[in-house]
Write a protein that binds this ligand. Structure first.
Ligand code: ADP
Ligand code: 5GP
Length: 193
């Protein structure tokens, strides 16, 4: 049976992960992007089951306790986690799977899927990160402050990752990410260790 590849993309909130992933998916429609569960409220335009599975904290904890999440973490006051089953099934079918998650979750995946390719997206500077968070205009001031405080810690962990991509010029970052993910050296994931 063919084995798929698992890529984990992380980096501080507002760095442009979602933007990069959207462009990547347009260019590679076969890439499977995991849909996470979260206790965060939907933003304008977000669709349940498409952007996230929006769940209550009790529902989230029940999933975590049942072992239904591949990884999970608390981020800026909300819980986020990756449903395990769709990932395991798609990897077994030989598909290419992408997780877009925060630092603690990415660290957990290193334990469960050591073969996963782990990529950290860096901002050109923390000032630019703040500008992007504010220009996105989707988070309240308190949420932006929490995200910025966390960003300082996250950026310091970039060296733990296999690859670093600086998202300064969007097109260049996309090309770099594409080269990393779609180069023939990506290692097949045999399964959980
Ligand atoms: P994340 O998913 O990492 O939280 P987003 O993809 O939502 O970040 O991007 C945050 C904001 O920054 C958005 O308004 C997006 O349009 C903008 N952005 C993303 N990449 C760039 C870039 N290379 N240059 C300037 N702005 C960018
Ligand atoms: P947002 O609230 O901006 O959608 O996401 C906040 C952070 O949670 C982002 O850094 C995003 O990558 C991360 N995130 C989204 N889904 C998951 C997940 O399933 N697990 C973990 N650990 N982080 C996630």
């Amino acid at each position: 049976m063919a084995n798929g590849t698992l890529t984990v993309l992380t980096g501080p909130s507002g760095v442009g992960k979602g933007t990069l992933v959207k462009l990547l998916r347009e260019r590679h429609p076969d890439l499977y992007l995991s849909v996470s569960a979260t206790t965060r409220s939907p933003r304008d335009g977000e669709v349940d089951g498409q952007d996230y599975f929006f769940v209550s904290r009790d529902q989230f904890m029940a999933m975590a306790e049942a072992g239904d999440l591949l990884e999970w973490a608390e981020f800026a006051g909300n819980c986020y986690g990756t449903p395990r089953q769709p990932i395991v099934e798609r990897l077994a079918r030989g598909e290419q799977v992408l997780l877009e998650i925060e630092l603690e979750g990415a660290r957990q995946v290193k334990t469960t899927f050591p073969e996963a390719l782990r990529v950290f997206v860096l901002p050109p500077s923390l000032d630019e990160l703040e500008r992007r968070l504010r220009s996105r205009g989707q988070d309240a001031e308190a949420a932006i402050e929490r995200r910025l405080a966390r960003a300082r810690e996250e950026v310091a962990a970039a060296d733990e990752f296999d690859q670093q991509v600086v998202n300064d010029d969007l097109d260049k970052a996309l090309i770099q990410l594409e080269a990393i993910m779609f180069s023939p050296i990506a290692t097949p994931v045999a399964g959980e260790s």
